[in-house]
Write a protein that binds this ligand. Structure first.
Ligand code: NAD
Length: 306
């Protein structure tokens, strides 16, 4: 099995992806890298993923053949510093794509997002191939990244694989500044205060997924035979969709007395430009995708751990 490197390993996804990859391949075969390494378990290194020389040196020294490039500035934070978000999100992708193009890597994973869609995208059962007109710098970087992945596949034969993650829900690591963070914050507030003030309005339906499903989807996609993967950009993947009011009701059913109120902020406009429910027929067909967590299972699991 290939030795792998996870860039952005200390984040919400990276923390759980590193653990899952190590369980599968053995700890010594999975390098974790982030800006700071103190919270990472070994083998790990403090590394700036925009430093092409440092990333390349690590890959060559350790004989790494597969990279999961998770570093990005997310949707809500990206709107506050668009130029920095664009530079970080694109530079880190190109560094890895170029190493694969030169034959240093056999396979690359890079996540896209439902943020690559926009306000004129069909919002219900959003198909794999449809209008994509993102309005955030984060979404623009994801759509551009998807097209660059396709370009490197088609022009240079790079084996780069990608998923359009929905909002990911986990209890192990805090979320990193996205528009779907409310669906994690709500559980912490419920446990602490018995109440929550949502920054999205009650009826803002968004696609979501339990982190365990997201990690399983990632590993499944990366293990699939290349010839089965017909989507050249990034696969739609879906699990559940709900609104803040529906999530609050599911929590209140298990925590009598829990209450929610609403104070929408700038993230409302971002959420309103995204799909409400995703059609993931291609992922199901090509590599057998099927989620395990519905809303009830997700809420039970979050409340059991927070
Ligand atoms: P996160 O913000 O929690 O983690 C990102 C990590 O990257 C952080 O640990 C950060 O320290 C690190 N980092 C930032 N700049 C770096 C640099 N220059 N060098 C090295 N490390 C650096 O993000 P996440 O939620 O884990 O998301 C990971 C990826 O998945 C991103 O590409 C994101 O766009 C995508 N995604 C996430 C979600 C979600 O709901 N979490 C949804 C869709 C897509």
């Amino acid at each position: 099995m290939n030795k792998v490197l996870v860039l952005g390993a200390g984040g919400q996804i990276g923390t759980e992806l590193v653990a899952a990859l190590r369980a599968e391949r053995g700890s010594e075969n999975v390098w974790a890298a982030d800006l700071r390494a103190d919270a990472l378990t070994q083998p790990a290194v403090a590394l700036d993923a925009t430093d092409a020389v440092a990333v390349r040196a690590l890959v060559q020294r350790e004989g790494i053949r597969e990279v999961y490039q998770l570093v990005a500035m997310l949707s809500a934070t990206g709107e506050k510093m668009p130029a920095k978000a664009w530079a970080l999100n694109m530079d880190t992708l190109f560094i890895v794509l170029d190493m694969a193009k030169e034959g240093l890597l056999d396979r690359v994973f890079w996540p896209s997002s439902i943020a690559a869609f926009g306000p004129t995208t069909p919002r219900l059962d959003t198909p794999q191939y449809t209008v994509m007109d993102p309005t955030t710098v984060y979404g623009v970087s994801k759509l551009a990244g998807e097209l660059w992945c396709q370009y490197y596949r088609q022009k240079f034969g790079v084996d780069v694989r990608s998923l359009r993650y929905p909002g990911l829900i986990s209890w192990k690591t805090p979320p990193g500044g996205g528009t779907t963070d409310y669906a994690i914050d709500i559980f912490h507030s419920a446990g602490r205060d018995g109440r929550y003030t949502s920054f999205l309005g009650p009826d803002t339906r968004l696609p979501m997924m339990h982190m365990e499903d997201a990690i399983r989807a990632t590993l499944q996609l990366m293990a699939a035979p290349k010839e089965l993967l017909r989507v050249q950009t990034s696969y739609n993947v879906a699990a559940v969709d709900f609104s803040p009011a529906e999530l609050a009701a599911a929590i209140a059913a298990r925590m009598p007395g829990f209450t929610i109120d609403y104070q929408a902020d700038f993230r409302q406009a971002i959420a309103d430009s995204w799909p409400q429910r995703i059609d993931d027929a291609e992922a199901r067909r090509d590599w057998g995708w099927s989620p395990r967590y519905d809303l009830d299972a997700l809420v039970d699991d979050m409340l059991a751990h927070i």
